[in-house]
Ligand binder design. Sequence first.
Ligand code: NAD
Ligand code: UDP
Length: 333
Amino acid sequence: MPTYLLTGAAGFIGSHTCVALLEAGHEVVAIDNFANSHADVYERVEQITGRSVKHYDFDVRDRSQLAAVFGRHQIDGVIHFAGLKAVGESVERPWEYYEVNLGSTMTLISVMREQDCFNLVFSSSATVYGESKILPIPESAPLSASNPYGRSKLIIEDMLRDLSSSDNRWHIALLRYFNPVGAHPSGLIGEDPKGRPNNLFPVITQVIDGRLPELQIFGDDYDTPDGTGVRDYIHVCDLAGGHLAAVENLGGLGGAHAINLGSGNGHSVREVLEQFQAVLGRSLPHCYVARRPGDAASCYADASRAAELWSWRTTKTLQEMVEDSCRWGGFLK
Ligand code: NAD
Ligand code: UDP
């Protein structure tokens, strides 16, 4: 069975992808420095899958430790999740974002080249589309960045495209995620943001447990069916399945290819709030405030490329995303 190395494996998407790979029978080698996660995640992954996780706890930028991991294991491919991801923080501390996001990718690529490993799946983001005028958004849409986080993803995509044009041994999937939410249905792993969250689902879960007094809905005058912002929410287990499909089929991709991972459908802030209220059987405090600067009215994927390439499509509904988030938060048995 192939062995895959996951950087940032203890994080939100990495941990669910560990589960998907182990359940598919693959071997997983995990690296994380717990900058935004906790070591006990691996025990939880082992509890879910009944398989053990070989893990190494260091910064991916530590070149000698990274090379030693490649020396110890025959790595068939790498999924590179490790990085910093908070947009607001990236505006305040841009250099840290470039050091970690670009630095980790550059160290990883140079070690992979030395070790003759040319199969890579990279965590990109729909943020590289900026404020797209085309909906649903295809991979061919124009790219732009409006903050250092988004720019770091765009620069890495460009670096990986240049690399693969210069050397045809590379097989690279640039996975552009839309809005990952939800948690594993076991309630054992999920998203655990440090500090005050900015994303809709973690904000709502903090309103449920009283850490935040109310949900502020950013704008009710968008050109959308109910006036609130529309996004393509994707259940993290579906997203993990997308990584499994990508890494298992990398051989069929010559060069670097961008592939959207989304459902292809949008849900408004109101719809999400109403789904939480329906699942919990109670209303949640909320109010309408001004639009958040930089927010697009609507953003959802043209998800046809992943379907054509890998027969991959999402299966989970908004109700399941909300129920699993509530179970992870301890609000639902
Ligand atoms: P996360 O913060 O939960 O996971 C990232 C993991 O990387 C964390 O466990 C962190 O400790 C680790 N890490 C950070 N820097 C590291 C370093 N230098 N060395 C080793 N480990 C390091 O985030 P996530 O939501 O799981 O996101 C994973 C990837 O997907 C990130 O690259 C992120 O930018 C990208 N992404 C996330 C979203 C989202 O909404 N969650 C959307 C699009 C793209
Ligand atoms: N949103 C909101 N209140 C919040 C957080 C988010 O109304 O406290 C809205 C936001 O304006 C957007 C949607 O919820 O329309 C999703 O926001 P999120 O930050 O989760 O994703 P992104 O905008 O980065 O795609």
